[in-house]
Design a protein around this ligand. Structure first.
Ligand SMILES: Nc1ncnc2c1ncn2[C@@H]1O[C@H](COP(=O)(O)OP(=O)(O)O)[C@@H](O)[C@H]1O
Ligand SMILES: [Mg+2]
Length: 356
């Protein structure tokens, strides 16, 4: 029997367009003789719209933006396809950022008991908050740049105190980030106190929690991790943003960020990165996939920057490119993620929920 797949994409997020491009590519990669594909489109306003069952790969993004017109915010009936009468076998959430990559949608799917691709509630939530993530990394003994963090009210109560503390504990330049976002939104680099204060004000527009990190001068190297209990790592890739840092425009607009796969690295450095990527995967209790992002300095110091629990997933994104180069083509990667999702769900069904 064909598996019924729900493709969940779009979303109220800076990465809405990227998500649409990913969904289009995924429909092109899926084997329609094995799957029935049900599109679930979340509009930029947050309405959930059921699309008609796809008979084959979508022709273009516009086709994926047509729902049945009955969508409402968080309308979970989108997971119960009207024309099949049966629940979905698995959902592929192709969403990034808050409300998609942060555990909320994953929690909804848990409650509905529908298998889904990728990370669960805990890993997604922990991976979305850069402070929590870094605290866990340090428990795992991973090397990372020093940082300071605070919430809005703490900042407002003692701005000079925080500026002093940053100056005392970190070296310039620093990177200021909203704790919970992605796509480099709200992130700025500050070279002195004045710039720092402005950068904090900017970051506070996006979150009540802000992290200030010491800047690292190094190459940006990434590794893809795939699996559940025994995750595997891909070859490494390098990103080379052409102007300044890897900000929102460099990621999605300029197109002049070079992606180098495989990255040129000593075998020994690669092993350290692969080892650390798996440790990051485990400490966050990840499942399915994660992309671990590192800095490698000129002195060969390896520092973890972050993990992405739902990394960019178009065929031209780092995660699929790194697997491609490791011998796993895009359609096979998707197959693999679906089986990992089903495996994890099966395992969960076998757990007892009470004594007896
Ligand atoms: N501590 C740092 N030192 C140097 N560059 C940094 C630092 N933190 C972030 N950057 C730059 O900013 C980019 C975005 O930061 P990142 O923490 O990865 O946020 P996001 O979750 O939005 O991707 C990085 O890819 C890197 O280019
Ligand atoms: Mg990043």
């Amino acid at each position: 029997m064909k598996k019924r797949i729900g493709l969940l994409y779009g979303g109220k997020s800076a990465e809405h367009e990227v998500s649409l491009a990913t969904a289009l590519a995924v429909t092109k990669a899926l084997n329609f003789s094995d799957y029935e594909v049900y599109p679930i489109y979340i509009t930029e306003e947050g309405e959930w719209q059921r699309g008609a069952r796809l008979e084959g790969p979508a022709d273009d993004i516009a086709q994926l933006q047509h729902g049945d017109g009955t969508g409402e915010p968080n309308d979970i009936s989108a997971f119960l396809p009207a024309d099949s009468g049966e629940a979905l076998d698995v959902v592929i959430p192709l969403l990034h950022g808050p409300n998609g990559e942060d555990g909320t949608v994953q929690g909804l799917l848990e409650v509905l008991n529908i298998p889904y691709v990728g990370n669960g509630v805990l890993a997604s939530a922990a991976g979305m908050d850069k402070v929590i993530m870094k605290q866990l990394f340090s428990v795992a003994g991973l090397n990372q740049t020093p940082y300071v963090y605070f919430i809005r009210s703490e900042w407002q109560a003692d701005q000079d105190g925080w500026l002093d503390r940053v100056e005392r504990e970190l070296a310039w330049p620093v990177f200021v980030k909203p704790a919970n976002l992605g796509s480099s939104v709200g992130i700025s680099k500050a070279e002195d106190r004045t710039e720092l204060a402005a950068a904090v004000r900017e970051a506070l527009k996006f979150d009540r929690k802000v992290i200030v990190e010491q800047g690292v001068a190094g190459r940006e190297i990434e590794i893809a991790v795939l699996g559940n209990d025994e995750p595997e790592t891909s070859v490494a890739g390098e990103i080379k943003p052409m102007g300044g840092f890897y900000d929102y425009d460099a990621k999605y607009k300029d197109g002049d960020t070079a992606l180098i796969v495989p990255a040129e690295l000593d075998e020994e450095i690669y092993s350290r990165l692969a080892e650390d990527a798996k440790r990051a995967f485990k400490i966050l209790d990840c499942s399915g996939l994660v992309r671990a992002d590192f800095f490698v300095t000129a002195e060969n110091e390896v520092m973890i920057n972050e993990v992405n629990t739902m990394p960019g997933f178009t065929p031209y994104s780092m995660f699929p490119l790194m697997w491609q180069e490791s011998g796993l083509a895009y359609p096979d990667l998707i197959e693999r993620l679906i089986s990992l999702a089903l495996e994890r769900h099966r395992e969960k069904q076998q757990l007892q929920s009470r004594r007896g």
